[in-house]
Ligand binder design. Sequence first.
Ligand code: ADP
Length: 483
Amino acid sequence: MLRSFRTRLLLSYVFIIGVFLVVASLTLAVLWQTVQNRLTYLRLSDLLRPAVVQVQRMRVEQRPLEQAFQVLQEQAEHLQIRFLLLRRDGTILADTAQTLEGRRLPTSLPPEPAQKPIWGRYRVPEEGVLLYAALPVGPPPPAQQDASANLYLAAASPSQRASLVLAEMVRRLLLAGGVAMLLSLIASIWLSRSVLHPLEQAVQATEAIAQGRYEEPLPEEGPEEVRRLAQGFNRMAREVKASRQAQRDFVANVSHELKTPLTSIQGFAQAIMEGAASDPEAQARAVRIIYEEATRMSRLVQDLLELARMDAGQLELRRAPVDVRALVESLAERMRLRADEASLRLTAQVEGAPRVLADGDRLAQVLGNLVDNAIKHTPVGGEVCLSAQQRQTADGPTVEIAVTDTGSGIPPEDLERIFQRFYQVDKSRSGRRAGWGLGLAIARELVEAMGGHIRAESVQGLGSRFTVTLPALEAGRPAAEDL
Ligand code: ADP
């Protein structure tokens, strides 16, 4: 029961209200006691002054102190207080209530006659706390024993006990607490509903996702935090859906791509087995096709393994300063034969001596792939140009290596997607021997792993340009320092 959010919320309210009630009662009781004591002191002072005057007058008239005290006794009964006659050291000489004679107040009174009454409290074991106000009444007449000492008159009354009023206060505060409790119950129901309802929806949505249903978005409403949770959740659901879809597409693509060469291998192998390809020429052709298809499949498996390694974060890059000019020129040299075979002009243009921190072999692999694509898609008599230059950008110096061709170009609607796995522009036209549609996807992964990016521009009918951008190594820095 304690595990539900609503109960915990309600209990926290109850706790806060309880603590508040206790603190409020104690504070009020202390405050009440202070105010009450002050009022008592004021009242005692007011009653004391005329009594002092009265006693002084009687003493001037040489009337005995006992007589004066007799008069005070009647007044004390009437006013419901008591008068005490004190010596300066606090010893009580007379008490109108006749119980405290001979005892001593804890304080001694000042020697000079004071204008303002002296206030104090005196705890009488059997009667409780007594508050008093005292004023001097002058020395006793010479006939009395203690001629040298000044005498004081004190008006005293018991201190009101806070416990009495506390009981009353607690009763009222409990009533207020009850009302607060009711309101907090309503508030907790309302609050828990506004949080719990979306939470329950989120739980249902999570279960739906676990069952493969991604189409049930959480309503993005309610308090700010709940809204943000719903937004984050919906984004996650979209990403999970996209990732699952990509996974499915990937498997479908791989199976599809493997089906054709496998059927081909199977067909030609069967032909050889059953003797359909009887003459040596037909047999040799069948074996060659089997060999080619197997080679292509092996390349696909290699590409897939490479992508799997990248996805698993197991791609190992050996980064070192790379002389881009040397890289581009040696690549152009290697590809020249293929360009000649395709009757294309292959040129290399490098400005300055740009250097990058990269894995040279992997960079050569990416650029080789781009040049290979350019040669494949450029008609006889066209041109493929490899170029590199250093540029200053907002992110610092970068090196741009571009492969430009005068080929068929790429339709704008495909330009965005050519870096996706298995994406091929117009598959039927390019024919199944053109490739697997993985080359650019691998190129992008590699370039990004090296801290750069790759982009494609194209005008259909005029040609395409693929640009690899990598952060430049500042010129003049020795290679050893970069490592
Ligand atoms: P493939 O193995 O099919 O070449 P890629 O990932 O290398 O796969 O390329 C994806 C698609 O992009 C290709 O099918 C091709 O149609 C298109 N493409 C790539 N480079 C060029 C280019 N230089 N000119 C025209 N189209 C290109």
